[in-house]
Ligand binder design. Sequence first.
Ligand SMILES: [Zn+2]
Length: 85
Amino acid sequence: MNKSKETVGSLGENPVQIMCQKCHQTVLSEVKYSSGLLTYLFCGGLFLCGFVLGCCLIPFCVDRLKDAKHTCPTCKTVLGVYRRL
Ligand SMILES: [Zn+2]
């Protein structure tokens, strides 16, 4: 009876088979990475540790530190976002 976390709760950083709410088809989600809170924290952390400016931009190039946004490959609807924090 309790169906609170249907889609968003099961999303990770990899593409998943998911039912698109808009086109009502089971699709393999398209994952795009965007800089999230953790990316900025990591950047700030490196900066405080005395890294030079170029080094503290590294987190922005590392997908593992970024939020993963799942979109439908057909209609481009955002199906859910996996956040690191
Ligand atoms: Zn769709």
